[in-house]
Ligand binder design. Structure first.
Ligand SMILES: Nc1ncnc2c1ncn2[C@@H]1O[C@H](COP(=O)(O)OP(=O)(O)OP(=O)(O)O)[C@@H](O)[C@H]1O
Length: 654
C-alpha cells in the first residue's frame, strides 16, 4: 500500500521545505488546543505522533481504547458517530441536506482524514469533494475545541482566532464553498466567513471583526492581503486545518507566490500541528511539487478514486467536437446548436430543461457573446434567457449572474474560465466550449459542469480551424467524437447572400458597440500560435461576417509586439487602444519534480490520473476536413496529424 512507502520517510511533519517559516515555540494557548482528532494510532505515525500527541498523548491512547476504530471504512453518514464525528454535523448532512450514503471520494477521504492524516485527493468532477474535505475539517475544529459545537460559541468568535482556512482559485467557488460550509455548521457555533477579491475589503473586515470567524473561505490574493495587513485583525494562531480546493489551479502564475506568502504567515506546523488537504479532479505533475511543500511527507494519504486507464471525464457524458471552417462560422454554428438542442428538450417531456454553459477563452469574447445573446432574446430570435460571467464585470454582477443561472430552470450561461472550476450549477445539460481550451485540465473541469451526481449531460467543442491541430494534441485520449451534424460549421460565405444564421449574426453584431467587437477581435490573437492564418481568417470574419469594410484598427506597435504580419490587419498610426485580453486563465508553471527513488510523493505521481496518452505515441492519421470556404484558412486540414484513437479505446478519430 502506498502509505507503507511512507514508513521509510524521516522528514518530520511540518518541517517541509521552503514554505515553512522558522519555529517560534509553542504557546500556551496552542498547547491547550492540541487535542488529537484521530481515534486509532497506527505505526506509520511514528514521527508525526511526536508532534501530534503532546501532553494529550495518554488521553489519546485511552480514547483509542474506548473508541476502537471500526474495521471497515464508514460509508453512511449516520454511522460517523462511531468514529467520533459530532452529531450536529451529521444531522446537518443527513437531516437537513438529505444525504445518507457517502460518495466514493467521501468515504475514502473522510475516514483517513478523521484520523488527522493529510490528504491529497483526486476524484472526478461533481462527485462530492466539497463535503469530503469540509466534514473532517469542521470535525477537527470541534475536536480541538469542543466549545465550538455549542451555538453560543458564535457570540465569542473572534477574527484573530481562525481555526480553518479553505483556499479556492475563484471568487464564485469560494462563495459556493462558504454557503455549503454554513449549511453544515448551522447546528453548531462555528462562524464561517468568506474573503474574496473584487469585494469591499473594509466591509468584509468590519463584518468579520464584529461577527468573528472560525472558518475562512478565501481566494489566495485576498487572504494574503488580509494576513499581511497588520491592522486587519485577521489571524489564525490555532489553525487546525488548511484546504486547497482545485489544488492544481493554485499553481497558476500569481497564485503560487501568494500561496507561499500565506503559508509563511500561518503558524509554524511544528508548533501547531495542522491538517492539510489538497483536492482536485485533475492532478497534473506539478501538483506533486505543491504536495511536497504543503503536506506532511510522513503522514499523508493519496486518495485516488479514478481507476487506472479510466478517463477523467464521465462516461455518461458524450463529448462531441465540431471542426469549423472559419471564425465567420463560429457564432452561426453556436446559434444552430443552441436552437436545436433547446428545441429537442422542449419537444421531449422526459428530458430535463435545456441549461447550457458556453465557455470562451477571453473575457472580450464572453462580452461579445453576451451582447449578441441578449439581443437575440430581445428580438425574439431565441426564447432562452442568457447570463454572462467574466472578469470585467463587478463581483456583484458576477455573483448575481451566477445566482440567477443557478436558479434558472432553462438558461444559457456565457462564461470565461471563472466558472470552470468547482461551480455546482444544478442540472446543466450542455457544456459548449468555443475554441481550444488553455489546457487539458481546463477542458475537463469545464466539461465537469454537466453530468454531476451521476446525471446525464453532453459536451461540445467548437473548433475554429487554427485550433484543430493543437486540440487534437491536447485532448488526445479523451473519448471525443467528431460531429458533422451542424451545417453552419462548413458554410461557404465567400460571396453572395449570407445563410440565415450568418445574416442573423451580422444584424445582431451591428447593435454591438464597435469597441466590444474590436476587443474580441484582438483578444483572439493572444493564445494563437498561427497568427498569420488567424489574421487572414478574422479579416474574413470582420468583413463578411460583421459587414465591416475592414477589421478593427490596430497599431503597428501592437502588431509588431504580437508578431503578426501586417497583411490582413488594419494598421492605423494611432492605436485604438484595443488592449490585449488574456482572459482569466493565465499561464502555468511547468516546473518538474526531482526524481528520488525514496520520495513518497513519487508514488503519488504514479497514481495520479492524468489520462494523457504516452508521450512516445505519434500522430496516426486524422480525418481531413475538406475546404469549403472561399477564403483562406490555416493549414492542418487533411493532414495526418490526429490521434487515431484514444488510449482507452473509447473514441473514434477526429
Ligand atoms: N453523499 C452525497 N449524496 C448526494 N449528493 C451529494 C453527496 N455529496 C455531495 N452531493 C452533492 O453533489 C453535488 C456535487 O458536489 P461537489 O460540488 O462537492 O462536487 P466536486 O467533486 O467538488 O465537483 P468539482 O470537481 O466540479 O469541484 C453537490 O450538489 C453536492 O451537494
Amino acid at each position: 500500500m502506498f502509505r507503507q512507502a511512507l514508513r521509510s520517510c524521516v522528514r518530520p511533519a511540518g518541517s517541509l521545505v521552503s514554505l515553512a517559516r522558522a519555529p517560534t515555540g509553542l504557546s500556551a494557548v496552542t498547547r491547550q488546543n492540541l487535542r488529537p482528532v484521530y481515534r486509532s494510532v497506527t505505526p506509520l505515525k511514528s514521527i508525526a505522533n511526536t508532534y501530534r500527541l503532546y501532553s494529550d498523548e495518554a488521553a489519546a491512547v485511552q480514547e483509542e481504547i474506548s473508541h476502537p476504530a471500526p474495521a471497515r471504512d464508514v460509508v453512511n453518514f449516520k454511522d460517523l458517530t462511531q468514529v467520533g464525528v459530532h452529531g450536529s454535523l451529521i444531522d446537518a448532512i443527513v437531516r437537513d441536506m438529505g444525504y445518507e450514503s457517502m460518495t466514493p471520494v467521501q468515504s475514502k477521504t473522510i475516514n483517513p482524514a478523521l484520523k488527522g492524516t493529510d490528504i491529497v485527493a483526486q476524484a472526478k468532477t461533481g462527485t462530492g469533494k466539497t463535503i469530503a474535505f469540509l466534514l473532517p475539517m469542521l470535525n477537527r475544529m470541534i475536536s480541538e475545541d469542543p466549545t465550538l459545537a455549542s451555538r453560543g460559541a458564535s457570540r465569542r468568535a473572534r477574527s484573530d482566532d481562525i481555526r480553518g482556512i479553505i483556499l479556492s482559485p475563484t471568487r464564485e467557488l469560494a462563495e459556493q464553498i462558504a454557503v455549503e460550509a454554513r449549511r453544515l455548521t448551522r447546528n453548531t457555533g462555528l462562524v464561517v466567513q468568506s474573503a474574496v477579491g473584487g469585494t469591499n475589503k473594509t466591509q468584509m473586515l468590519r463584518q468579520t471583526q464584529r461577527q468573528g470567524c472560525h472558518l475562512l473561505v478565501a481566494t489566495p490574493g485576498r487572504l494574503n492581503d488580509l494576513l499581511q495587513d497588520t491592522r486587519s485583525g485577521i489571524d489564525a494562531p490555532n489553525l487546525a486545518a488548511l484546504v486547497l480546493d482545485e489544488a492544481d489551479r493554485m499553481l497558476d502564475v500569481g497564485f503560487e507566490q501568494e500561496l507561499n506568502q500565506i503559508i509563511e504567515q500561518l503558524p509554524d506546523p511544528s508548533t501547531k500541528v495542522r491538517q492539510t488537504m489538497l483536492v482536485s479532479a485533475t492532478i497534473p505533475d506539478d501538483v506533486i511539487r505543491l504536495a511536497r511543500s504543503m503536506v506532511r511527507a510522513d503522514d499523508f494519504e493519496f486518495v485516488q478514486t479514478i481507476p487506472e486507464n479510466e478517463s477523467l471525464t464521465h462516461d455518461k457524458v458524450p463529448q462531441n467536437v465540431v471542426p469549423i471552417s472559419s471564425w465567420a462560422n463560429v457564432f452561426p454554428t453556436l446559434f444552430e446548436l443552441l436552437d436545436r438542442e433547446a428545441a429537442k428538450t422542449a419537444e421531449n417531456p422526459d428530458s430535463p430543461p435545456f441549461k447550457a454553459i458556453v465557455y470562451f477563452n477571453t473575457t472580450s469574447m464572453v462580452e461579445l457573446a453576451g451582447e449578441v445573446a441578449f439581443s437575440r432574446k430581445r428580438e425574439g430570435l431565441s426564447n432562452v434567457s442568457s447570463f454572462s460571467i467574466q472578469s470585467k464585470l463587478t463581483q456583484v454582477q458576477r455573483s448575481r449572474a451566477a445566482e440567477m443561472f443557478r436558479k434558472a430552470r432553462s438558461a444559457i450561461l456565457l462564461s470565461s474560465d471563472v466558472t470552470a472550476r468547482g461551480m455546482d450549477f444544478p442540472n446543466v445539460t450542455h457544456v459548449i466550449q468555443v475554441d481550444v481550451p488553455r489546457s487539458r485540465e481546463d477542458y475537463i473541469h469545464r466539461l465537469g459542469r454537466t453530468g454531476r451526481q451521476g446525471k446525464e449531460g453532453e459536451g461540445w467543442l467548437l473548433l475554429p480551424p487554427q485550433g484543430v491541430q493543437s486540440a487534437r494534441r491536447m485532448l488526445a485520449g479523451l473519448p471525443i467524437k467528431q460531429n458533422a451534424s451542424l451545417e453552419s460549421a462548413e458554410a461557404d460565405i465567400g460571396a453572395g447572400d449570407l445563410p440565415p444564421l450568418h445574416q442573423q449574426f451580422q444584424d445582431l453584431s451591428r447593435r454591438v458597440p464597435r469597441n466590444i467587437l474590436g476587443s474580441a477581435y484582438t483578444s483572439l490573437f493572444g493564445a494563437s500560435g498561427q497568427k498569420q492564418e488567424l489574421a487572414r481568417d478574422l479579416y474574413h470574419w470582420a468583413t463578411r461576417g460583421w459587414g465591416w469594410a475592414q477589421p478593427p484598427g490596430v497599431s503597428a506597435k501592437w502588431a509588431h509586439q504580437m508578431n503578426i504580419p501586417a497583411s490582413h490587419l488594419n494598421i492605423q498610426d494611432r492605436s485604438q487602444n484595443y488592449s490585449r485580453d488574456r482572459g482569466d486563465g493565465g499561464d502555468r508553471f511547468s516546473g518538474s519534480d526531482q526524481d528520488e527513488s525514496s520520495d513518497p510523493f513519487e508514488a503519488m505521481g504514479r497514481q495520479a490520473r492524468s489520462d494523457r496518452p504516452p508521450p512516445s505515441r505519434g500522430f496516426q492519421g486524422g480525418r481531413g476536413y475538406g475546404r469549403s470556404g472561399g477564403h483562406s484558412r490555416s493549414g492542418g486540414y487533411g493532414r495526418n496529424d490526429g490521434y487515431r484513437r484514444d488510449r482507452n479505446s473509447q473514441s473514434s478519430s477526429w
